[in-house]
Design a protein. Structure first.
Length: 523
């Protein structure tokens, strides 16, 4: 048996290790969680604390989340998958139980844990950035920056890291002045990295939390003097974002050619054009499926590229569709004469999988918004969702609703969620291309499908009761974390992946079960 002091040091070390490894290594994260549990079991006070667990109602209610997965094994046909789910979600049980029964984490210990998290995110972001600029072959794909966890996960960890750094820079009075310089630099880096990462989800959540933070901090001395400015800046920011979106939609649907094609027109070689009627999809204001001569395109393209016209581009998309979209974006007819005018850079862009010339200089916010509008337009005009992030999410969500309608009261059960989605996809569309067929990409819907209405209500109660009972909304960092979690659950099944489960379990337990009730706005 270790002494009490050693157990305590190891406890904080293992929590810090979990926080640090979250963005850099799933294996390390698992090792630190196991070490945390073993250290807890070896403590001579563990049994004594467990006997008092009945008095900790917020903890017992929260642990109902894991209990739900155990109970709903009774409603599961695939027992093997169900047991895998229970293993995956063990952090939901271990981390809150250990933190809640080990005693309050003081300010210094909490800063050590949060700073360890910042260090991990910093290392992951710097490593990914260096890889992107020095090693990566395709600099068009920003997801390659995230080397260890998913693109969305890293973006939201960077978002949370920015606000932790800003918190210790601007708000917290117990931070040594010299360390504040480090936090300032970290905050700047994480903001720059979010822009570099170009995750639409991450940027939207970052802006939402930034607006909240601007209002929240301005309500507390000594920053209350900035409240009048905040009341002006926030509406202006909202108005600016609204104007940007409206302008992009208007620009997208601005037509740059006649409504009807010239059916008598021919190529310079005297060949007729094909015009696909009924498909009004646009690219930079030009109709994509007009003035196409595939015979000339095929011959001319195969002279200039080693990738066949009838094959795939480097993003596994039909190359001819990428070519046609790209030429349309330039306002060109799709024939050999127009294709011969394309530069080597244009050919390279098409081979890489870029469907629009505007991405030549990289992708910025306007380009990302354009692509989202294009995907929505294409989908609602009957296009397939494969390969398009926005429209795939729509399909995932619709499929989830259909599965829910089959099992509205008690759900699919713990282990049958993936199988039921697979069956629904096969029923709706027997197309063998299943590469993009996954579960709902929305944690709320996944819970609803897994547990039904009854289980979903219990889950939401278990999620919310502890934070209201503990008064944790008075804690600024917890509120930032919870906003990120609530929005993250809208766009990803975070409790179906290890990174999301551990991130949620660690910081929820740290702020709810590891902290004293907090009466201060900024503490």
């Amino acid at each position: 048996m270790f002494g009490d002091t050693i157990h305590r040091y190891l406890y904080i070390f293992f929590l810090s290790g979990i926080a640090f490894s979250l963005p850099v290594s799933k294996f390390m994260t698992s090792v630190f969680i196991i070490a945390l549990a073993v250290n807890w079991l070896l403590s001579k006070y563990t049994y004594h604390r467990l006997k008092k667990i009945n008095s900790n109602k917020p903890l017992l209610v929260f642990l109902t989340i894991y209990l739900l997965y155990i109970i709903y094994m009774l409603n599961t046909l695939d027992t093997g998958e169900g047991l895998s789910v229970l293993m995956l979600k063990l952090p939901l049980l271990i981390i809150p139980l250990v933190i809640a029964t080990t005693g309050t984490i003081n300010i210094i210990e909490k800063r050590i844990i949060l700073s360890s998290f910042l260090a991990g995110v910093f290392i992951a972001s710097v490593t990914g950035t260096l890889y992107f600029f020095i090693i990566a072959d395709d600099m068009s794909d920003r997801s390659v920056i995230s080397l260890f966890v998913s693109h969305i996960s890293l973006s939201l960890m960077a978002c949370f890291s920015f606000f932790i750094s800003a918190y210790y820079t601007l708000v917290h009075d117990n931070v040594d002045f010299r360390f504040k310089y480090i936090y300032v630099l970290l905050a700047i880096w994480f903001a720059v990295f979010l822009v570099l990462l170009m995750s639409n989800s991450g940027l939207i959540i970052f802006l939402a939390v930034l607006i909240y933070s601007s209002y929240r901090i301005s309500q507390d001395p000594p920053y209350s003097r900035f409240a009048p400015i905040t009341r002006i800046v926030i509406p202006v920011l909202f108005a600016g974002l609204l104007f940007f979106v409206v302008y992009m939609v208007y620009d997208f649907y601005s037509i740059n050619e006649k409504q009807s094609p010239d059916y008598s027109a021919k190529t310079e070689n005297g060949r007729p054009y094909t015009h696909i009627s009924g498909n009004e999809s646009l690219e930079n204001g030009y109709y994509i499926w007009r003035y196409i001569c595939e015979e000339e395109l095929r011959n001319e393209w195969n002279k200039r590229s080693s990738l066949g016209y009838d094959g795939k581009d480097l993003k596994k998309q039909n190359l001819k569709n990428t070519l046609i979209r790209y030429m349309t974006s330039l306002g060109l007819k799709k024939d050999s004469a127009a294709l011969s005018k394309l530069s080597d850079k244009d050919i390279d862009m098409i081979e890489t999988g870029f469907p629009n010339y505007r991405y030549k200089d990289g992708t910025g916010p306007a380009d990302s918004m354009y692509e989202l509008i294009w995907q929505a337009d294409y989908y609602f005009k009957g296009g397939k969702p494969q390969g398009h992030s926005l429209t795939r999410r729509v399909e995932f969500f619709i499929t989830g609703l259909r599965v829910f309608k089959k099992y509205p009261v008690f759900g699919t059960g713990t282990g049958d969620l993936t199988d039921e989605f697979r069956k629904q996809y096969k029923h709706d569309n027997p197309d063998p291309d299943n590469g993009y067929r996954i579960i709902s990409h929305n944690q709320y819907l996944s819970i609803l499908v897994t547990f039904g209405i009854t289980g979903f209500a219990l889950f939401m109660f278990a999620l919310c009761y502890p934070l209201f009972k503990s008064g944790s909304f008075s804690n600024y960092l917890f509120t930032v974390f919870f906003i990120i979690i609530l929005m993250w659950m809208l766009i990803e099944d975070i409790l179906e992946i290890q990174t999301g489960i551990v991130f949620f379990s660690l910081f929820y337990a740290l702020f709810i079960f590891g902290s004293e009730k907090n009466k201060s706005v900024v503490k």
